[in-house]
Design a protein around this ligand. Structure first.
Ligand SMILES: O=C(O)CCC(=O)C(=O)O
Ligand SMILES: [Fe+2]
Length: 326
């Protein structure tokens, strides 16, 4: 999943051609006027920024950089997500499934989370959004120009997060041993034109646990849950999952039975693969690594650019231990 990054160009900033013009001899410069004005409105601006009044006038993508939730907002989000009514509903939550592809296995999950759960989870992570990184195959993370979203970890120990992970574990059944954990779930947020280019979620080489045990692990499967769908485009696209292509070649119309949730994708001007429309609460589950312990490249996928608006998803990644390196 690691991709080499281009070195940043190191060109020097150009020297200014002219000194700032004075408004009049002995007067003050335009820059000084702007500085004074900014100083004068600062006392008004700070409370407005704190209360979120200013942010709401800005485009969504700029709002995220100015959002500084007060410390008690984080605590309120934690308490809200731990409400007994939400946790009780979480424990008895139901969803339905539709197989999209048998080989490789891709399953569409309707209502994997309720809307209330999705919103509570977003609030839990919203103070911690930062530019997304990618994990490198030999450990560590790095920024990558092909991933322009923001990510936020969710607290593993929070009861709502544990409940959602227990749901994911039950879904996986025999694929996961009781001692095999989940990694920290990650929210991922995209605004206009932000995207995540083609990648796989598994590492080409197993990773070494950093708990001193030396155990090898990888991501045997992935859940991608759509948490907020207030956007155009932004589908999750698998160009090499060709079940709809094969169906179309036989004159079938499987695409229609997915009622707009799952569609054929397009690559290099040709219909190819499958893509999933962001729909809050629904999820896609797929198997990355088969019984032979090798990653399946057919699960290469992308978060297509969002057109307009905001998309938030949730990555849930189980960890499986492997005895031998690949
Ligand atoms: O945003 C998407 O649709 C997919 C995101 C994804 O594949 C990832 O975060 O690994
Ligand atoms: Fe992914």
């Amino acid at each position: 999943m690691a991709r080499p990054t281009e070195p940043q160009s190191q060109s020097k900033p150009a020297q200014p051609r002219n000194e700032p013009q004075k408004a009049a001899k002995g007067g003050i410069s335009l820059l000084e006027v702007i500085g004074l004005a900014a100083f004068a409105i600062l006392p008004l601006l700070i409370p407005a920024l704190r209360s979120g009044t200013v942010q709401q006038w800005l485009p969504l993508s700029l709002q995220s950089y100015l959002a500084h939730p007060a410390p008690n907002a984080t605590q309120a989000a934690e308490e809200n997500a731990a409400q007994p009514s939400l946790l009780e509903a979480c424990a008895s939550h139901t969803y339905t499934t539709e197989i999209v592809s048998l080989d490789p296995l891709v399953v569409y999950i309707n209502n994997f989370t309720s809307h209330a759960e999705a919103e509570a989870l977003i609030q839990l992570g919203s103070a911690d959004f930062q530019d997304s990184f990618i994990s490198r195959s030999r450990g560590g993370t790095q920024k990558d120009p092909g991933r322009t979203s923001q990510s936020a970890p969710l607290p593993l120990e929070h009861p709502l997060v544990s409940c959602i992970l227990a749901r994911a574990r039950t879904f996986m059944g025999a694929m996961l041993q009781p001692d095999e954990p989940f990694s920290i779930p990650q929210l991922v947020r995209y605004y206009d034109s932000q995207r995540y280019d083609l990648h796989t979620d598994f590492w080409p080489q197993h990773q070494i646990m950093n708990d001193g045990s030396g155990r090898l692990f990888n991501r045997p499967a992935s859940f991608f849950v759509f948490m907020r769908d207030n956007c155009t485009a932004g589908e999750t696209y698998f160009p090499a999952v060709d079940v709809l292509d094969r169906d179309a070649a036989r004159g079938g119309n499987l695409e229609a039975s997915f009622k707009g949730k799952v569609m054929r994708g397009e690559r290099e001007g040709k219909k190819r693969g499958v893509k999933f429309r962001p729909i809050t609460g629904n999820a896609v589950f797929w198997v990355n690594i088969g019984e032979d312990g090798r990653g399946d490249r057919r699960l290469v996928h992308a978060g297509l650019p969002v057109g307009e608006g905001e998309k938030i998803g949730l990555n849930i990644w189980p960890r499986k231990f492997y005895l031998d390196d690949i």
